[in-house]
Design a protein around this ligand. Structure first.
Ligand code: GDP
Ligand code: MG
Length: 370
C-alpha cells in the first residue's frame, strides 16, 4: 500500500513538518507536506536528524483462513469429523481403512465405482465420517509441516500381538502436538492368545489411560481383518465429534486443503481436496497454492459426478492450469480475475522467497523508534 508522506514522517520523527521539509531541501529533495517519500529517503532523513529507526518487514498474512468471508452464526452447521488413521507399520491401518470403507457403504450410494481420491466418507446412524486414506504418517506429517490442519481426530492402531512400537509413539506425539483427540484401536484381537489389556497397560506410559482405569482415552478392540468392533469404533468417532461440536458454514465460498495432485495424461492437472468450509461448486474460480483454476468437473469418493460439495467432503476436481502440492491451501474467490491475481501474487512471493530475496516492503507499521 501507500508510502509515508512528509507529514507522517515528521510526526514519526517528532519534528515540525517545516523542519522536515527544510532538511529534505538541504538533501536535495524538493517536497511538500503531502508528498510521499520512499523508504530510502525516510531512512536518510532519519539519519540526518540522528534518529535510529528499525525497519520491520511485515509478513503479509496471506493465509486463506484470514481471507474468508465472516460467518453469520446462524449459518453454522454440524459437519462430519475428519479422521486420520495412524500407527506402526503392519499394525493394520490399510486393512482397517478398507474394512471401514467396505462395511459402511450405504444403499443409497451403492453402485458407484469406488474411487481412490485420498479420502472417503462413510455413513453410520445417518451421520457421516470423513477418513483421510493418504498413506498415514507421511502425508499427515507433510501437511502439518506445511501448516495445514485437516484432521479433527486420530485413530491410533496398535496390533495386540505386537504392542507399542516406535511408530506408535511417533503417532501419539504427532497427535498430541496437533492437539487432536485420540481413539486407540487395539487391532488383531482375532489372533489366538493375544491380550488387548497388555496394550492398554503399555499405553499408560504415554498418558493414554482407558476410562475404566480412571483415564479419559477411548479404547476399542477391533479386528480389521475379521470385521469385529468396527461399528463400535465408528460410534466412538461420532461420540468424540459430538463432544467437540465440529461446525462449518455451508453457505459461503469454499476453502480447503489439497490432499493429492498430479498431472493426468488425458485430463491435465487433477487435484483431490478436502473442502473444509463453505460449498465448492462446478464453475468456481479458485486458487490452490499458487495455481489458478476453475472447477471443470467434480467427482466424489463414490466415483459420482457432483455439482456441489459441502464442508468435510473430499472431492476430485479438474480445471487447474498447474499442479499444486499436497497440503496446499485452497480457496474459491468471487471471480476469475480476483483468483488469478491472488495466484499470481502468491507465485511471485514464492519465487522471491525461493530466491531468498525480500518481499516488497510496505510502510505500514514499518518504523519504530529505538
Ligand atoms: P499397515 O502397514 O498398518 O497398513 O498394515 P496392513 O493393513 O497392511 O496389515 C498388515 C498385515 O496385518 C496384513 O497381512 C493384514 O492382513 C494383517 N492384519 C491386519 N489387520 C488384521 C487383523 O485384524 N487380524 C489379523 N489376524 N491380521 C490382520
Ligand atoms: Mg498400509
Amino acid at each position: 500500500r501507500g508510502n509515508m508522506t512528509v507529514g507522517d514522517a515528521a510526526k514519526l520523527l517528532h519534528k515540525d513538518a517545516s523542519e522536515v521539509i527544510k532538511k529534505l531541501i538541504s538533501m536535495g529533495v524538493m517536497a511538500t507536506i503531502n508528498q510521499e517519500l520512499d523508504l530510502d529517503t525516510i531512512l536518510l532523513l532519519a539519519g540526518e536528524f540522528g534518529v535510529e529507526v528499525e525497519v520491520k518487514i511485515p509478513v503479509e498474512d496471506d493465509r486463506f483462513e484470514t481471507m474468508e468471508e465472516n460467518d453469520d452464526p446462524a449459518d453454522l452447521q454440524a459437519r462430519p469429523p475428519v479422521v486420520t488413521i495412524m500407527g506402526h507399520v503392519d499394525h493394520g491401518k490399510t486393512t482397517l481403512l478398507d474394512t471401514i470403507r467396505s462395511t459402511s457403504v450405504t444403499s443409497g450410494e451403492a453402485g458407484g465405482i469406488t474411487q481412490h481420491i485420498g479420502a472417503y466418507q462413510v455413513e453410520i446412524n445417518n451421520k457421516k465420517i470423513t477418513f483421510l486414506d493418504t498413506p498415514g504418517h507421511e502425508a499427515f506429517t507433510a501437511m502439518r509441516a506445511r501448516g495445514a490442519e485437516v484432521t479433527d481426530m486420530t485413530i491410533i492402531v496398535v496390533a495386540a500381538d505386537d504392542g507399542v512400537m516406535p511408530q506408535t509413539v511417533e503417532a501419539i506425539n504427532h497427535a498430541k502436538a496437533a492437539n487432536l483427540p485420540i481413539i486407540v484401536a487395539v487391532n488383531k484381537i482375532d489372533k489366538p492368545g493375544v491380550d488387548p489389556d497388555r496394550v492398554k497397560q503399555e499405553l499408560t506410559n504415554y498418558e493414554l489411560v482407558p476410562e475404566e482405569w480412571g483415564g479419559d482415552t477411548i479404547f476399542v478392540n477391533v479386528s480389521a481383518k475379521q470385521k469385529m468392533g468396527i461399528e463400535e469404533l465408528l460410534e466412538m468417532i461420532l461420540l468424540v465429534a459430538e463432544v467437540n461440536e465440529y461446525k462449518a458454514n455451508p453457505v459461503k465460498r469454499a476453502r480447503g486443503t489439497v490432499i493429492e495432485a498430479e498431472l493426468d495424461k488425458g485430463r491435465g492437472p487433477v487435484m483431490r481436496l478436502l473442502v473444509q468450509n463453505g460449498t465448492l461448486k462446478v464453475g468456481d474460480a479458485f486458487v490452490a497454492g499458487n495455481c489458478f483454476g476453475r472447477v471443470r468437473a467434480m467427482v466424489n469418493d463414490k466415483g459420482r459426478k457432483i455439482k456441489e460439495a459441502g464442508p468435510s467432503t473430499p472431492v476430485e476436481i479438474t480445471g487447474l492450469q498447474e499442479v499444486p502440492l499436497a497440503g496446499d491451501p485452497f480457496m474459491v474467490f468471487e471471480d476469475e480475475r480476483k483468483a488469478r491475481s491472488i495466484a499470481d501474487k502468491r507465485a511471485i512471493t514464492q519465487r522471491e522467497s525461493d530466491l531468498g530475496t525480500q518481499t516488497r516492503v510496505t510502510l505500514d507499521d514499518l518504523f519504530q523508534h529505538i
